[in-house]
Design a protein around this ligand. Structure first.
Ligand code: NAI
Length: 351
């Protein structure tokens, strides 16, 4: 049975420094929005990742300070900061992986969809630059609403003739990180041994953790499972409210984003059986789209993840057996997910 890379092995960025005789291949990673709440800690974590040889930090404000600061850390990656829009091309050129945490975060009372107006435009223009300067790079989309920003990037890439569904990922790892933490706490098992598949999208009820497939198996009650499901779905809001107007998850998000980016780099480097969850285009579930080419679904789990390889997604694995409760959740999320996807597509197509 395949296991999740995040469950089975320590991410390169968090492992002890290795002094291997054969260095990892050269890999350039660009972070767009690098001076933000997520951008700063994820820049640090990618600087700690021995798989990264060049780290390009781009933001429209505050980049020089962050780049100078991170560059002093004595690890492999050579850091450069890019501060203005005219430097975006240089930041992107030659990138193997682009991580996008650019955009505004939620404040209390806001849904992720409330961010659409501002972030849709940011993601569209950054995607246009990626299409121009590094069309072959893997793209890790963190900016919310992920359910719409991934389709936005896909549509931009299609319009530029560079779309490859194997290379575009919505980063939903934080939902898995939360589900694992909450499950371990409730079931009183070692969190390091826990794996929980999460399917759907990345917003409210579209986040569907599959606790029936969680390992190690425990016998939590139906009420416990419902409470864990709700807490995973509301995990982001828990942080937004605790921060009381000062933004959303940044530190746990940077951790989750670094795990996912590490998995992508391992896949590019030919490490076998790298399996992670992500919001990607697939045909695992037939959503009743008017445009069947945009079947996007988050596929996760011990045997239900995206298998990453040298070209990005190597294989999208199935959802696995669902409990009745999860099956209901899956049916219930389709309407919202479909409309978020369509909203993203319409934004780019101008209809
Ligand atoms: P922040 O406001 O602290 O940082 C955003 C950064 O983006 C700022 O430094 C800003 O200057 C920069 N930026 C704005 N427009 C830009 C552009 N056109 N090009 C480059 N940089 C630009 O926000 P934070 O907390 O870092 O959140 C960033 C995004 O991540 C938000 O959309 C938030 O909703 C999302 N998020 C996603 C999660 C996920 O699980 N996928 C979890 C938490 C947040």
């Amino acid at each position: 049975r395949r296991s999740s890379s995040s469950a089975a092995s320590t991410p390169s960025c968090l492992s002890r420094r290795r002094f291997s005789s054969s260095p990892a291949p050269e890999r350039k990673v660009a972070i767009l929005g690098a001076a933000g709440g997520i951008g700063q800690p994820i820049s640090l974590l990618m600087k700690l990742n021995p798989l990264v040889s060049r780290l390009a930090l781009y933001d429209i404000a505050g980049t020089p300070g962050v780049a100078a600061d991170v560059s002093h850390v004595n690890t492999r990656a050579e850091v450069k900061g890019y501060a203005a829009e005219e430097q975006l091309g240089q930041a992107l050129e030659g990138s193997d992986l682009v991580i996008i945490p650019a955009g505004v975060p939620r404040k209390p009372g806001m849904t992720r969809d409330d961010l659409f107006k501002i972030n849709a435009g940011i993601v569209k223009s950054l995607s246009e630059a990626i299409a121009k300067y590094c069309p072959n790079a893997l793209v890790n989309m963190i900016s919310n609403p992920v359910n719409s920003t991934v389709p936005i990037a896909a549509e931009v890439f299609k319009s530029k003739g560079v779309y490859d569904e194997k290379k575009l990922f919505g980063v939903t790892t934080l939902d898995v990180v939360r589900a694992k933490t909450f499950y371990a706490g409730k079931a009183k098992v070692n969190v390091a041994d826990v794996n929980v598949p999460v399917v759907g999208g990345h917003s409210g009820i579209t986040i569907l953790p599959l606790f029936s497939q969680a390992t190690p198996k425990t016998n939590l009650s139906d009420e416990d499972i419902k409470a864990l499901t709700k807490r995973t779905q509301d995990g982001g809001t828990e942080v937004v409210e605790a921060k009381a107007g000062k933004g959303s998850a940044t530190l746990s998000m940077a951790y989750a984003g670094a795990i996912f980016a590490d998995a992508c780099l391992k896949g590019l480097n030919g490490v076998p059986d790298v399996v992670e969850c992500s919001f990607v285009q697939s045909t695992v579930t037939e959503l009743p789209f008017s445009r069947p080419s945009m079947l996007i679904f988050l596929v996760t789990g011990e045997s239900e993840h995206v298998k990453l390889g040298k070209n990005g997604v190597e294989e999208v694995l199935g959802l696995g057996p669902l409990s009745d409760y999860e099956q209901q959740g899956l049916e219930a999320l389709k309407t919202e997910l479909k409309s978020s996807i369509e909203k993203g597509v319409a934004f780019v197509r101008g209809n």
